[in-house]
Design a protein around this ligand. Sequence first.
Ligand code: NAD
Ligand code: MG
Length: 385
Amino acid sequence: MRSVSVLGATGSIGASTLDLIRREPGKWRIVALTANGNAAGLARLAIEFRAEIAVVADENSLPELREALAGSGIVAAGGAAALVEAATRPADITVAAIVGCAGLAPTMAAIEQGRSVALANKEALVAAGEVMTAAVARSGATLLPTDSEHNAIFQCLADNSYDHVRSITLTASGGPFRDWTMEQLHAATPAQAIKHPNWDMGAKISVDSATMFNKGLELIEAHHLFPVGLDRLKIIVHPQSVIHSMVEYRDGSTLAQLGPSDMRVPIASCLAWPERMDTPLAPLDLAAIGELTFRAPDEERFPATRLCRLAAEAGGAAPAVLNAANEVAVAAFLAGKLPFTRIAVVVEQVLARYAPPPPVSLADVMAVDTAARAEARSVLELATK
Ligand code: NAD
Ligand code: MG
């Protein structure tokens, strides 16, 4: 029996994780399940999986959670400190599946315990960068990349030395707007942006996928997970999302990982690592898919990848500032308050206005995140005046 905690249990990655666990009765013991404010959904999951503790980050939802779990024997807790406490409880593997920098503190708490952490929460690594990789090195934690591209790279690297790697290529679907003109992009609505052609995901990452910030954040994520140097990290648009990323070696061999576009594949790879486990997915039918196509990214229509590369090159606090500005701009877009094409403009302006010194601790990263959000909100106010 293996024990597991799922931070962000009520989200898309959380649901995929628990779907796999549900299919292996008797093999898993659930320690902590967490959510933001969805107390009813969290309580249902906690009862189904007989969790030790259920935590809502939003303290206002705690009374509802308490009531829903009354008599179950499951501990109900709420607030930021409870979230971190839950993440420190012993578990063989912690799935970090909160969206945004909100997941940073609990993810770091799990890392500090020296655990295996399946990392889906890319914003946490983008914001914290070396602060997180240093904590991994110090605590002896195992970071298992859950993002499909990084999981693909992790599998293709196997035990090869980085010295043998010529390049790493992240594939991108190109998102729902990959063939749209600039005029169409100006008028893109939240409903159109969250309707992804290949993947079924949470709202924030769906918008990131439409702007290509997702791929840019993934470039920064890859830079920290696989330190081969930014000049050896590439992005290619591959609309079918069958190849999830590739590693090219110096002898001319390129290894790629292929699979259905379903997050249960990379999640299963993390949950079972270094073994393998079953997933309920149909085998990849390449004859039915027919063609795999590729094209270079268009940074005119989608400037996000360029901005992310610049932030990665600058290093220090820049990726945390970029991430915070993007989170605020995406929320404004989803609320109907910012045109789609202004998301990247807001991010670029915040990066130009706010350049704090490099963070050296978790507290520093959180302070940069908070200040960058305030900066982004003031840029947004100017933009909408
Ligand atoms: P989602 O919006 O579906 O779920 C997010 C989860 O985080 C929910 O459980 C929610 O309750 C919780 N949460 C939200 N705000 C919070 C806060 N302030 N404090 C504490 N908890 C909070 O998102 P998702 O699509 O499951 O994505 C989760 C993470 O995984 C993101 O970082 C995303 O980039 C990454 N990821 C997702 C996919 C995917 O296919 N969905 C693929 C690769 C990577
Ligand atoms: Mg991805």
